[in-house]
Design a protein around this ligand. Sequence first.
Ligand SMILES: [Ca+2]
Ligand SMILES: [Ca+2]
Length: 393
Amino acid sequence: MTKTNNLLLLLFAWVALLPVQAQDDDPDANDNNLVPNPSFERYEGALRRDGQFDLTEGWVNATDNISELFATDVRSRYISVPESSYGYEHAFDGDGYAGIMTYVYRSRNKTRTYISTQLEQKLEENKLYCVKFRVSLAERSRYATNNMGVVISKSKVSSRSASISNSNAITNQFNPIIKQTDGWYEVCSRYAAKGGEQYLTIGNFESDANTQTETLELPSKYAEEGQISGAYYFIDMVEVTKADADGLCGCESSKIPENKVIYSASVQLNDDMSVNQKIEAIDAYFYQYKSSPVSATTRSIDQIIELMNADPELYVEVIGHMDNEEIALSKSESSLTNLDEDRAKNVVNYMVNQGIERGRLMPKGVKNTEPVSKMKTPLSLAKNRRVEFVVTK
Ligand SMILES: [Ca+2]
Ligand SMILES: [Ca+2]
């Protein structure tokens, strides 16, 4: 072999390695993800201010109102990472991220925004896909909202109006108000494809009237800048991948199924009953896997409050119960472990807010040890998801 041949051989080997190395260096190199530029790392042109999301490679704004792209290699304080004029956050992945407004309260110069991309392949009919992205509420937001949604569609989503409504939007299970400002919250959902979908759009697809909001305090470090009169979320690492062989996506909260049954009973109290009997006849009921009182719950609690106000000598044990399905799920879902006590404590807090002295109320939980019904029907389970009241003296 001559010297020249050796050199050629070496060159060839080096060239052959190149594509592999290039892929290893690519932070977006998840072959299974159908979202292009999923972590908002690549853009074209000079990024100088907010309202420049249109520079993002592979993404567009779905309305005339332009979202933001945030990056580390920019001088502008408006859109730099981690500190921008919206808040403070390091990227979930890589260096940059996007930002959208999901809700605006009476502002002339702010509107909701939506971001959209074309998937690298059309989705296949009847296949299950996992849709995930990470969001972080910007610190200067005056509001947090629910309805952080994704629309996956055959045709491009776009609108000339400020907001888009679409009843097919996917949200996280239970569609919570997302309040996380420190770090990233994972929106995760499973999607059954109809076939042929190739566009993905992120935003709030419900009306203001159907959007739940929560008002937030401004962190003191932003006292000078003030609050943004809306809900602004940073968005990073958007993924659409095929579900695994079992059809699962590993969504963190997906273990808690949805259940919309609450038992409601109107108790007939009559003058022949003693106060103790009246109090013990009234139970307060809950939705499955939930510890917060809803209106059906507080109607019952209000009756107890009335009786306790009429007799200031009464002391009452507030006893929380769970149904069998809640007990079963609590073995693997730690947020449900103390659901019985949480129910009792929430009822006590409600009563204290209504003026009952805390010392007159003793909360406790008895898990599922004292069911009122032992059948497995939804109604029977609903009867057991309750807080009871027992007079102690
Ligand atoms: Ca990123
Ligand atoms: Ca933050």
